[in-house]
Design a protein around this ligand. Structure first.
Ligand SMILES: [Fe+2]
Ligand SMILES: [Fe+2]
Length: 142
């Protein structure tokens, strides 16, 4: 049986045009891949939990970083974007809290898929909106 395609690869289409944010996103994807690997390789529950915690901590730090950037650059949708960060944070926290250490494999797989999806969606939809905005401003200045 063919293994499902778990691994996400960063590509230029995901670039927001701000190198430090792109670096954050790349690290993010790396951590999500590590989490998925621990599930598909059936590592110990403690290891999976640790990796899940890493993804969550990294996401929280990254969101703060973006929000700081919005303040510095006076991004008009800063508030809306912060709300969307909060929704993602709460969802991740809920998933983490609802986990029993020795839950069923299928539950872990579902959780990892959801986590992957919400984070990647966030980059590709919400983050792309500020990418477009900053790119337009930059073009106008030139
Ligand atoms: Fe982001
Ligand atoms: Fe964001």
């Amino acid at each position: 049986m063919k293994k499902p395609q778990w691994k996400i690869e960063w590509n230029d289409g995901m670039s927001v045009g701000i190198p430090e944010i792109d670096e954050d996103h790349k690290r993010f994807i790396l951590l999500i891949n590590e989490l998925n690997l621990s599930i598909t390789e059936r590592m110990k529950a403690t290891e999976i939990k640790k990796r899940l915690q890493d993804v969550i901590e990294d996401a929280n730090q990254h969101f703060e970083q973006e929000e700081k950037l919005f303040r510095e650059r006076q991004y008009p949708n800063a508030e809306g974007h912060a709300i969307s960060h909060n929704i993602v944070k709460n969802t991740l926290k809920r998933i983490q809290d609802s986990f029993v250490p020795y839950g069923l494999d299928a539950e872990w797989v579902d959780a990892a898929l959801v986590i992957k999806q919400i984070l990647i969606n966030h980059i590709l939809t919400e983050d792309m909106q500020y990418a477009d905005f900053f790119a337009t401003i930059k073009a106008k200045r030139q």
